[in-house]
Design a protein around this ligand. Structure first.
Ligand code: PAF
Length: 309
């Protein structure tokens, strides 16, 4: 059972660590950079429970032999999925299963028809991790990863052959707080609502997530959710308004001290995931003839920040 992780950012490294911690060395996953070269450099991992360097664990990952991979977990950003994954497909076995794990929605629609019969699963995670130390220098030198939060991880089947039961169990045993759900699209739409509210507002106003609990943000949050609900209904996704608002507000409170991923992206002058979050809603709104002024305003605001960077 060989697992590869495509994308050596914080989430990719965290999952690599979790899989490595729960298996024999021979079964450790491959960690692949976006150019699909195996990363052989060691990295340090600081678990959530400790801040001390003494307890840092070191892991070494194998060289890539892509034709031996049974499951490839794609942890690059939504806007990188196609460019990172499509060139690898000819090197993968015909029965290699693909699992996409990123914020936002959209890439699965482009990817699914190009998999030549391979199975596709989707997932979402609220686990938090931060790369510290030699940022981005994984290939040549050790880098450090610090887990910053626990949270729900959900996986589910999307198209083609299902993931084997043994690989499913391997994932669920390795990743704390993970579950396999029957209806992954509904779970991803719920997470989309969280990201569509929290990410652009915190990035635009450079505030911590907890600031969105104040009355000044409630009308925007309500409008973003109402637009999302109308579009989801057209897509055949049934969501409950009160439950969705409660979920968004719960995440705001639970992650009150966090800098959202989109705020971090704009503060570092990086491209954001806005296209796969509010941008996805704007595009679907156009397709269904539904106005999306609240999502469009946030989309435009983040695009303006990106353009000025
Ligand atoms: O993208 C993020 O930052 C996270 O998904 C979340 C849940 C909004 C918390 O910051």
């Amino acid at each position: 059972m060989t697992i590869a992780i495509l994308g050596a950012g914080a989430v990719g490294q965290l999952i690599a660590h979790q899989l490595a911690s729960t298996s024999e060395r021979a079964d450790w996953p491959m960690l692949l950079g976006r150019d699909a070269k195996a990363l052989t450099a060691e990295f340090c991992f600081t678990p959530l429970s400790t801040q001390t360097v003494a307890e840092v664990q070191r892991r070494r990952f194998a060289e890539a032999k892509l034709n031996t991979v049974d499951l490839i977990i794609v942890t690059v950003k939504a806007y990188q999925v196609e460019d990172a994954l499509l060139p690898l497909l000819p090197m993968l076995n015909a029965d290699c299963h693909i699992l996409l794990l990123h914020n936002g929605l959209g890439p699965h629609e482009a990817i699914a028809p190009k998999l030549a019969g391979r199975g596709l699963s989707l997932g979402t995670t609220s686990q938090g991790a931060l790369r510290v130390g030699s940022q981005g220098a994984l290939r040549n030198s050790p880098t450090e990863l610090k887990q910053t939060g626990t949270g729900l991880t959900q996986f589910g089947h999307f198209s083609g052959p299902a993931l084997s039961e043994s690989l499913k169990q391997r994932l669920l045993q390795a990743i704390p707080g993970s579950e396999w759900v029957d209806d992954i699209l509904t779970a991803l739409w719920q997470k989309l609502a969280v990201n569509a509210c929290i990410n652009p507002l915190t990035a635009r106003d450079r505030v911590e997530n907890g600031a969105l609990d104040s009355p000044q943000y409630q009308s925007t949050i309500d409008a973003v959710i109402d637009e999302l609900l109308a579009i989801a209904a057209k897509e055949g996704i049934r969501l409950d308004r009160a439950a969705l608002k409660a979920r968004v507000m719960t995440v705001i409170k639970l992650t009150a001290a966090n800098r959202s991923s989109m705020r971090q992206d704009v503060e570092h002058g990086r491209k954001t995931e806005i296209d796969a979050i509010n941008g996805y809603l704007v595009r679907l709104g156009e397709r269904h003839g539904i106005d999306t002024p609240a999502n469009r305003a946030l989309f435009d605001a983040i695009k303006a920040i990106e353009a000025a960077a």
